[in-house]
Design a protein. Structure first.
Length: 201
């Protein structure tokens, strides 16, 4: 039986994940002397200045850098950069944080180009930008960290502007201002579903 390219790639990724899991299971708790692989732009990574990464439910590793976004399937990289002529591209190349939510959507914060969500179903990137004429738009385009709470709300910290909460059902953002405007991180308290601010740099 001849496999389609999509199914062939899926089988390769599944086998890769299986063997990695097998190796880590067998070596867990032991002194490891295995090999570490250093992936750089020469191997296909979009840029060597890596800032963050996140793994989705399909096993793909998303890597945010100073100059774009990479997706690694265990064999090769697929790269994404801002394209001013394409509204479905990422909004900016300087990526600060990545987060995969409960629906397997990828959230991206950028230096000065707002918040972005990659739709898991369509593969398209949706931008959330500040708009003075829209009170429910994001309060600041300089986004920092992003996380999802147990109720499905997406929280994002903003540089010198506090925190925004995204309600997917309303497709709107609600802003929370703070006297201390230097918040750079979020921690989720699972016991009480509260969001606690931290001053991670």
């Amino acid at each position: 039986m001849k496999l389609s390219p999509h199914l062939y790639r899926f089988v390769l990724v599944a086998l890769f994940a299986f063997f990695i899991d097998l190796i880590t299971t067998e070596t867990r708790g032991q002194n490891l002397s295995g090999r570490f692989f250093n992936y750089k732009s020469e191997q296909g990574l979009i840029d060597n200045s890596v800032r963050c990464f996140a793994k989705d439910k399909n096993g793909f590793l998303w890597i945010g850098t100073e100059n774009g976004l990479s997706c690694f399937d265990g064999l090769r990289f697929k790269n994404y950069v801002f394209n001013p002529g394409d509204s479905n591209s990422i909004p900016g190349n300087t990526i600060r944080d990545l987060y995969v939510d409960s629906k397997n959507n990828l959230w991206i914060t950028t230096f000065d180009n707002g918040l972005c969500r990659r739709n898991y179903i369509t593969g398209k990137f949706e931008r959330f930008l500040h708009n003075n004429s829209k009170p429910n738009s994001i309060a600041n385009n300089s986004t920092m960290c992003v996380i999802e709470d147990d109720s499905g709300y997406i929280w994002v910290t903003l540089w010198n502007k506090g925190i925004d909460k995204f309600d997917e059902k309303q497709n709107a953002l609600e802003h929370y201002a703070f006297d201390d405007k230097s918040i750079k991180g979020l921690n989720l308290d699972r016991k009480s579903t509260r969001l606690n601010s931290s001053h991670r740099t």
